[in-house]
Design a binder for this molecule. Structure first.
Ligand SMILES: [Zn+2]
Length: 52
């Protein structure tokens, strides 16, 4: 029997396709695992010049 639960079981990362067993992250509407979320956040940051 199935219930609609708000647990995060069987949520897959949209980037790497792994099942997310821990915290589920969302970046620009895309569900991501922690690793991919970090990648996206870093990639989304504007490139800056190295420290002067
Ligand atoms: Zn991922």
């Amino acid at each position: 029997m199935e219930k609609t639960a708000k647990t995060n079981i069987n949520i897959k990362c949209r980037k790497c396709g792994k099942l997310i067993s821990g915290d589920v992250y969302e970046f620009e509407g895309v569900t991501l695992c922690e690793d991919c979320y970090m990648d996206e956040v870093i990639a989304a940051q504007p490139k800056k010049c190295l420290m002067k």
